[in-house]
Design a protein around this ligand. Structure first.
Ligand code: HEM
Length: 148
């Protein structure tokens, strides 16, 4: 299996980076969609419209992209034997687990908002919306510098 994965390695990496961009785009958009939903009263038509939009973003872009990034990333890690090649991948995976946890938590918050709850203020949504960007900078630096 490792030799087959090595054969298609460049395509694994192409797919990995493309779906990483989709995943990050979704993680940047979702907090902002929540902020727009805050403008509408619980149970209103406006809330229902944004609840449908956040639902589509979740099921069509966010969650499938996250799964594909993981599958292609782990395939490259096995093919390139990167788990035994220094600690950069372990450090990267720790940050990616934080990003995955954030994804899951945020999805939970949007489902609460779709039910009419308002668990987060606009200020908190704007603040947490910066986390994926910070993680992206650290993850990409680790991948290209492989400092350890
Ligand atoms: C989900 C778990 C992930 C795993 C297991 C993983 C693993 C890997 C591996 C093994 C490589 C190949 C490194 C090489 O050939 O030098 C790679 C490349 C890359 N990863 Fe990930 N990754 C994951 C998630 C992410 C995320 C979330 C991002 C960005 C936010 C990311 C950004 C990149 C980039 C930009 C490259 C290309 C590096 C190059 O051009 O050589 N990865 N990843």
């Amino acid at each position: 299996m490792q030799s087959t994965l090595l054969l298609i390695y460049p395509f694994l990496k192409i797919g990995h980076v493309i779906f990483m961009v989709f995943w990050l785009a979704g993680l940047f958009m979702l907090p902002r969609q929540c902020i727009y939903m805050l403008d509408h009263a619980p149970g209103s038509e406006g809330e229902a419209k944004w609840a449908s939009r956040t639902g589509k973003l979740r099921t069509i872009i966010l969650t499938p992209s996250m799964i594909i990034v993981w599958v292609l990333g782990l395939s490259m890690a096995i093919a390139g034997d990167h788990f035994s090649g220094g600690g950069w991948l372990h450090a990267k995976l720790t940050l990616v687990l934080v990003m995955t946890g954030f994804h899951g938590w945020l999805v939970g918050q949007t489902k609460k908002m779709a039910r009419g709850e308002r668990p987060l203020t606009e200020a908190r949504l704007r603040m947490i919306g910066e986390l994926p960007g910070l993680l992206l900078v650290l993850i990409v630096a680790l991948v290209y510098l492989k400092p350890f």
